[in-house]
Design a protein around this ligand. Structure first.
Ligand code: FAD
Length: 313
């Protein structure tokens, strides 16, 4: 059997793509991956998704999207895709040792924020630890926060956080930032921002939420505890594109390169969400891209059907 549409990824981009393609009668197969629900399933309160005036818990929002996709007939496969073959048609997608064929493919595999790698980070994610300043800065009005990192994102997040937090301390493991000069200048000239150079976070402490961090100066070896309300980790993202290497172009950071908007250079293969977006990284933007990909898939499939009918006559 050749599928009409396969969607890879069950986050904010993949699920809306499923809702649209399912409602249009394409009976999509969604391969959910090892993080069902995607990044929003890792967080607590989401205050900026339209339609929820009092905010909504990330997992609840994702659950509703999933139920909506199921209601219209989306089939879910809770596996990881291990390889794809986009060089021949129909496209081939392999998951759990089984190969599926499909006329169109929507890639919505997202990008994971890089973490420092300590257990306490996971424990306090959404409870004082965040990887998204745009999403969570407003929760830190008049609070003291740290930002870990030294690149452009760390500078931008720190500057943005000063609109809410009373103090922002950038924790950087080296004695110089790798951020662009202009971003550094903007951050360093802000009176609410200070920097602790040559310093690493060794642990995040607290009970139900973050209350302090354990820091270590890597040059002097001096360790100390610093009381803090929020920890923003801004050390980069890893786009989930390993399986597309050699099949689709990737940029120097590993993101999928689109030909235009949600279109790739392969007709019938569409891309949505954070896997091709290193700028917006927002749920509603990913959802919008998922819908665009679904509408493009519909257009592609109807052209294919028309051409097939014409060839038969
Ligand atoms: C802690 C946190 C808080 C956030 N808070 C907010 C917020 O308040 N507001 C907001 O707008 N945004 C927020 N964001 C950002 C938002 O979650 C993302 O922009 C959004 O989830 C991107 O959706 P996506 O579908 O592109 O990718 P993701 O949500 O990352 O989903 C990717 C999906 O692809 C799947 N996948 C990956 N590889 C494979 C594979 N090989 N095979 C099969 N499936 C695969 C994964 O299992 C996952 O289901 C937050 C992010 C984080 C991490």
């Amino acid at each position: 059997m050749v599928e009409k549409v396969i969607i890879i990824g069950s986050g904010c981009a993949g699920l809306p793509a499923a809702i649209y393609t399912a409602r249009e009668g394409f009976n999509p197969l969604l391969i959910a991956g090892s993080l069902p629900g995607g990044q929003l399933s890792l967080t607590t309160e989401v205050e900026n998704y339209p339609g929820y005036e009092d905010g909504v818990m990330g997992p609840d929002l994702i659950n509703k999207m999933r139920k909506q996709a199921e209601r219209f007939g989306t089939r879910f496969l809770n596996e990881d895709v291990t390889s794809v073959d986009l060089k021949s048609k129909p496209f081939k997608v392999t998951a759990a040792g089984k190969t599926y064929e499909t006329e169109s493919l929507i890639i919505a595999t997202g990008a994971n924020a890089m973490l420092l790698g300590m257990e306490s980070e996971q424990k306090f994610m959404g409870r004082g630890v965040s990887t998204c300043a745009t999403c969570d800065a407003t929760f830190y009005k008049n609070k003291n926060v740290i930002v870990v990192g030294g690149g452009d994102t760390a500078m931008e997040d720190s500057t943005f956080l000063t609109r809410f937090a009373s103090s922002v301390t950038i924790i950087h493991r080296r004695d110089a930032f790798k951020a662009s000069q202009i971003m550094q200048e903007r951050a360093l000239s802000n009176p609410k921002i200070k920097v602790m150079w040559n310093t690493v976070v060794e642990d995040i402490l607290g009970d139900k939420k973050v209350s302090a961090v354990k820091l270590k100066n890597v040059t002097t070896g001096e360790a100390k505890e610093m009381p803090i309300d929020g920890v923003f980790i801004a050390i980069g993202y890893t786009p989930n594109t390993k399986i597309f290497k050699g099949q689709l172009p990737l940029d120097e950071k590993g993101y999928l390169v689109v030909k235009e908007d949600v279109l790739t250079e392969i007709p019938g293969v569409f891309v949505a969400g954070d896997v091709a977006d290193h700028f917006y990284r927002q749920a509603v933007v990913a959802a919008g891209a998922g819908v665009k990909a679904a509408l493009q898939a519909r257009e592609y499939l109807s052209k294919l059907e028309y051409e097939r009918d014409k060839a038969k006559k």
